[in-house]
Design a protein around this ligand. Sequence first.
Ligand SMILES: Cc1cc2nc3c(=O)[nH]c(=O)nc-3n(C[C@H](O)[C@H](O)[C@H](O)COP(=O)(O)OP(=O)(O)OC[C@H]3O[C@@H](n4cnc5c(N)ncnc54)[C@H](O)[C@@H]3O)c2cc1C
Length: 392
Amino acid sequence: MADIETFRRETRAWLEANCPAEMRTPPDEENDRCWGGRNWKFKSEAQRQWFEAMRDRGWTVPDWPKEYGGGGLSKEETKVLRQEMRALNCRAPLDSFGIWMLGPALLKYGTDAQKKEHLPKIARGEIRWCQGYSEPGAGSDLASLQTRADDHGDHFIINGQKIWTSYADKADWIFCLVRTDFSAKKHEGISFVLFDMASPGVTTRPILLISGKSPFCETFFDNVKALKSNLVGVQNKGWDVAKYLLTHERDMIGAMGLGGGRPLGQVAADAIGVENGVLDAPVLRADLARLEVDAWAFQLAMERAVDLSKAGQSHPAYSSFLKYYGTELNKRRHELTMSTLGSDGLEWESARSQEGDAPRAWLRTKANSIEGGTSEVQLNIITKRILELPGA
Ligand SMILES: Cc1cc2nc3c(=O)[nH]c(=O)nc-3n(C[C@H](O)[C@H](O)[C@H](O)COP(=O)(O)OP(=O)(O)OC[C@H]3O[C@@H](n4cnc5c(N)ncnc54)[C@H](O)[C@@H]3O)c2cc1C
């Protein structure tokens, strides 16, 4: 306990000394987040400084082993670091599908050579990854995927199409599900491969989202070569890797429920006004209080999930619950932001509204309950595997 308290004190002092003031405000837009990768351009000197300071301590991935570019912290220390970062409103130094999704899958299923090759580049933000799972005919029913990889000895030749591939046009590498056996049952002929998006035969075509932004693409593979040294796990058993990765993706998306932008109470106070220190809108005030209480409860549920996993007792379907509840919470938060802003919330292009920041963010949340597996699919998993309801 004394050690952890010393760690807390030292961490707080280090964060206070090293996190620039600009990095202690909520990110307003996409480029306020640092995504790294070969073509990344820092938005500001403060963003670069903060990223480099955290990277050099291994704190972009504090709980990964040091040999892979991590900080080598225990789960308890990692929790303390996150608490202290939250207390100072520090931004994440690096946002990355490599950190949230691929890294955990490589730590569990990767070979030594794969870990040494890919994990440090993720930790240092050198390579930006995208996720090639969904296809036009395979979303909720992901195991129906048809992108084929033909075995050519030391490599595969890949042909097919993915869709909704977030940031495929900005990513350097892809982790991709391919079918390597067309005669097996659908869950059994799938493999999990990694390849460079700059490989000949890869094309991306951006798709517009309802928010007017374009965060994802159609992705086409035309005779793309992927080395077998980049096959993760066993050939035709990629479904195991895919499912494990999905639990991490769902935890990450669920964490949106924690919020992280400007506190809604302050937004409301600015928009509506305060009388005797109290928000001058009783119904909205009650809705905001309910949201805050639910968000606190959700934060505790997330911390409990971390503790259970530390004790080796986590339920494999818990990530479905976190994903479902966290995304519903995030949608509610943005609905309330829109109620709070009134007609100002409808501004779409003005400088005053920062190019429609609020309505675009509200519309973006509509996708939270689709991406990473829809709410209906999470509810199916919860009824079957957690509640064990008869007939589910
Ligand atoms: C913003 C965003 C980013 C994304 N990023 C990526 C990415 O980077 N990489 C990637 O591979 N994919 C990505 N996706 C795709 C996402 O994983 C799929 O959209 C999702 O899995 C649903 O698949 P689908 O769109 O084909 O819908 P469908 O599976 O066709 O579902 C249509 C509707 O039917 C319902 N439904 C389907 N099956 C059932 C069932 N068994 N029981 C009850 N209801 C059911 C669904 O809930 C949904 O309402 C992204 C999606 C979004 C919105």
